[in-house]
Structure formats: C-alpha cells, structure tokens
Design a protein around this ligand. Structure first.
Ligand SMILES: Cc1cc2nc3c(=O)[nH]c(=O)nc-3n(C[C@H](O)[C@H](O)[C@H](O)COP(=O)(O)O)c2cc1C
Length: 242
C-alpha cells in the first residue's frame, strides 16, 4: 500500500509541463500510460473516448499544419485590419472546433483564469498588452511545447457530458502514471481548435469529437516549468449550507 501522505504529495507535485526535451518516449511506455489510463472508472464501463497517438513524422506534420493555421488564425483577435481580413479570407485558419474552445468564460470563473494567465505570462516576462509576445507563447502549444508525443483525445458525442467526464478521468490517470515515470504532461485545449488537422492523419470513426490533446515527454529545465499555478482550497468549491 502507498502511504497516503506520500500519495498526496505525489498528486501535488504534478504540474503542467510547458517545455520538453526532444528525447523520444518509447512506444512501450506510451502503451503502459494508456493501460493505466484505462484503470479509471467509466460510465457503464463504456470508455466513450478514443485516442490518436501522434509521434515522429505524423506528430511533426500535425504540428506544422497547426502552426500554419495559427499564423493566420491569430489575426482573428488582432487590432490590425490587414491581419483580420487575411484571417476572414483563409478558411483553413477558422477555429472550426467540435466544441466552443474560444467562448468567453462565465463571469464567476473569469478571475481564476485571469490569475493563471497573469502569473504564467508574468513569469515569462510577457506584458499584458503585448499581443505579439502572447501569440508567440500561445504558438508553442502548436509545437506541443517540443514534446515528442501528442495524444489527441476524442469523445463520443452520444454520451455527451459523461463522455467528457470519462475522458478526464482517463487523462488524469494517464498523466499521473506519466508523472510516476518521470515524464511531464500538459493537457492542451488549444490543439482542439482544428480537428481537421488530426483527421487528416488518423481514421476517426463517426461520432467522435476532439476535446483536447496531451503533450508527453521528458521535462526540460526551462524556467516555464518552475511555474506553479495557484491551487484553490476546498472552501472555494463548497456550497454553503442554507
Ligand atoms: C482540459 C485542459 C485543457 C488545457 N489546455 C491548456 C492549453 O491549451 N495550454 C496550456 O498551456 N495549458 C493548458 N491546460 C493546463 C492548465 O492551464 C493547468 O492544468 C492549470 O493551470 C493548473 O496547473 P497545473 O496543471 O500545473 O496544476 C489545460 C488543462 C486542462 C485540464
């Protein structure tokens, strides 16, 4: 049995990795991570999700394609008319995601999202109004932060929210298993903006929708990996008694 204090510490020590060494990850290790992911509970044991594991040339092609899309797609939030027009006339760059990735957050949740953005960009020395620097940092999502493996996670639309829930349980088990092996991970909603880029490389059965990706590899010593996102306490998620 694992000591429960050690286990809590292990959980707390997992942090999103946003800079990876280019060292490859053995396919056998990826299989072990997937197996550990599949020990998570699931709605009627259906496992209503599907993974597309991209490494090597496939990974490189998807990354190149997404970077191309982003180089024009970043124009959608630009104050520059020329960038905006280019975006409007480049259908490939349109964020035709299966789920509304770019939708504004509910008001009550905005302060938490703003805080993590402010603190992460603060660590990286990126100023709030510096769109160019912010876009360049965001673009790193499409290099998968240099991770040699990106796992794209699809969920079956027929089980709606339960499929997303089960994918999350699977993904967390997988990410903790990676953590136990000295690997870093970063869940990436950013890569779900263009499902087509993944469909061009993998056979995705009808009904499966792209929800996010997970970058996997060995963490680099870069400063960004020292980032510690704020963690709220139980009182902040507890309903008050009537
Ligand atoms: C579904 C999901 C999508 C995410 N998408 C991104 C992303 O696109 N880019 C990114 O840098 N981090 C992304 N993250 C990482 C979160 O920002 C991170 O988990 C959060 O700030 C807490 O930090 P921690 O993972 O280090 O504890 C995502 C996390 C989840 C669960």
């Amino acid at each position: 049995m694992i000591d429960s204090k050690d286990f809590s510490e292990f959980l707390a020590n997992r942090r999103s990795t946003r800079a990876f060494k280019s060292d490859p990850v053995d396919a056998k290790i990826i299989d072990e991570l997937l197996e550990d992911g599949l020990t998570a509970p699931s709605w009627s044991n259906t496992r209503p999700f599907l993974v597309a594991v991209a490494s090597g040339e496939v990974r490189d092609r998807i990354s190149k394609d997404m970077l191309e899309r982003w180089s024009v797609g970043s124009g959608m939030t630009s104050g520059n008319l020329k960038d905006k027009i280019k975006f409007l006339f480049t259908p490939k760059a349109w964020p035709l995601s299966d789920y509304p990735i770019m939708k504004p957050y509910p008001k009550s949740l905005q302060p938490r999202a703003r805080r993590v953005g402010k603190e992460l960009y603060g660590l990286l020395g990126v100023a709030r109004g510096d769109k160019k620097a912010r876009d360049a940092q965001w673009a790193k999502n499409y290099e998968f932060f240099n991770a040699p493996v990106e796992i794209f996670v699809f969920i079956h639309k027929g089980l709606s929210v339960f499929a997303a829930n089960d994918a999350g349980l699977f993904a967390e088990n997988l990410m903790l298993s990676a953590h136990a092996k000295g690997l870093g991970t970063c869940a990436q909603g950013a890569v779900a903006i263009w499902p087509k880029a993944v469909h061009e490389e993998f056979v995705i059965p009808k009904g499966y929708k792209l929800i996010y990706g997970i970058a996997i590899g060995y963490p680099d010593e870069a400063e960004v990996n020292t980032f510690q996102a704020n963690r709220i306490g139980p009182e902040e998620i507890s309903a008050k008694a009537k």
